[in-house]
Design a protein around this ligand. Sequence first.
Ligand code: FES
Length: 131
Amino acid sequence: MFSASSHLQAPRFNCFSVVCVQPKPGADGSYPVDRAAAVSGDKLLRDVMVENKIELYAAYGKLMNCGGGGSCGTCIVEIIDGKELLSPRTDAENRYLKKKPESWRLTCQTIVGNKENSGKVVVQRLPQWKK
Ligand code: FES
């Protein structure tokens, strides 16, 4: 027997919220925060940020980034929260971030989620600027 409801069910997606803390405080002394939503396991962190117009690169990186190839290092962020929800470091990251803290990632190599999980990821843009 035909069941309309079984054919009309929308696919379920696990979702993420991505929170990006900017590296310099605003006039009130607080650090600006940008937010975006992402489907789990669907996109690279770089793409989530760029598509949602979240500032990622410093001035030099805006002009000279490798376009997501994992070879320039201009897209580094520090994962403040939710590290376990992201894809593992790639070979490109292991090479480029060899002497950097474990919490640093290249956004162009990092997939947000694995299609099964959901949650919140908090990243610090330009961690190399932190004092
Ligand atoms: S954009 Fe070049 S390493 Fe990520």
